[in-house]
Design a protein around this ligand. Sequence first.
Ligand code: NAD
Length: 469
Amino acid sequence: MKIIIIGAGPGGYETALLAAKRGVEVVLIESGHVGGTCLNEGCIPTKTFCKNAEVLDSLREGETFGLTDLTYGFDFSKVIDRKNAVVEQLRGGVEGLLNNKLITLVRGKASFKDAHTVTVTPGATPVTIEKSVEYSADHIIIATGSVSSSLPIPGADLPGILTSREILDIEKVPSSLCVIGGGVIGLEFASIFRSFGCEVTVLEYCKDILPRFDTDLAKRLKQSLSKRGISVETQAQVTSITECDADAYTVSYTRKGKEETVTAEKVLMAVGRRANVASLNLDDIGLEYTQRGIVTDERTMQTNIPHIYAVGDINGRMMLAHAATFQGIVALDHIMGVENQIDLSVMPAAVFSSPEAASVGLTEDECKERGLPVKCLKSFFRANGKAVTMGETDGFCKVVVAAEPKEGAQSPYQPGRVLGCHLYGPHSSDIVQEACAMISRKATLEEFQSVIHTHPTLTEVLQSAIHSV
Ligand code: NAD
């Protein structure tokens, strides 16, 4: 068997490695750096910035921890150097792993010649093939990811308007930053640049930040960010951006019928990402896609052409690196007829703001919309011993559990089954993983309650929530 995989991000390269491990020959085509958005201009570089932000925040609180007469400078060029070094180290690791006799890594741009044949043309950066080559295979997996979206408003394409890629390489910390979009990317950069000493304003179109997250969590996180000096305007519809002088932009928006403006040295556009279908020549082979991305079967990742699969951001299902990796496993298993127990609907997600937020499973709002009877169990980090010792008590945890339906009503979930967990506070991105394990194994509250948590740890915030019945 031979597989072509287009795109070497976490969807493509992880699938290629697994396929090779199983003895399958793979042609992996990449037009940029291996590692994709996640490693080169997403998860990994932003997390190096998060560490810098954390160090700076700790220094600001130095006196609380007995550090007196602290003086320090902040050399932003070193932040960028460290970020680049981390990315290069990890990229080298991936390149090393891909150096496998069953994997042919082709550096070029892929497009479909027909449903079984892909043409790769030169033009990749930083390394490219010299002339076009054609490859054919029994199965093809498309994993070409996504690109930043923008707004169809005047000024959106002014040269100084940054995307999440460009902001990773700015030369200095701006004195002020206006972030358009209070989603995951917007809040992560707002939080980071606030820690870097920048005046930050976030403009979010919806009623709450993080529209897909639990409302309760979003409201509380907004308060936490405001306490840190980040100005967050919700229900703000951005209408235009103008350059007001060489070093500043004015962002105009309407809020509750009133025209308002924010002036900032830099503007970050963080209004979502769109599937990268460009140049694949999908129309010619009749492969179905919408504005959201390539249409796939939710269980197998198969497209309308059965031997072609699409995994990761390109299918628009869940734009998360780990979702791409696991969709890749699901696709490969389907190709090879291997059974698995992966439930792609139980997908954890984290926002690496300060404090962090994380979520898995159904939210209380979703349950209400679907008429599912639930009870919500809550706890607070301020009552968690470890959080108090760390001086990081801002945060809460909510566990959503299926409840007994009213007489005559029905629910697809057995009462007591744990359906979701939503939290913000220190290390939420790690803590959520335990809830994810329980939810993906369809655990009941009683089973969850029987798990012993080490004391004193932040994970006890989960224990407190599930025992709060
Ligand atoms: P997003 O969809 O999470 O958020 C975009 C936000 O912009 C939304 O809140 C939306 O309401 C708002 N918006 C849209 N139009 C607007 C307007 N005219 N004015 C003001 N606000 C407007 O998208 P994102 O934050 O750009 O992230 C893209 C994808 O990448 C997401 O799917 C995200 O989950 C993923 N991602 C994940 C992580 C992580 O897992 N930590 C990190 C970065 C990105």
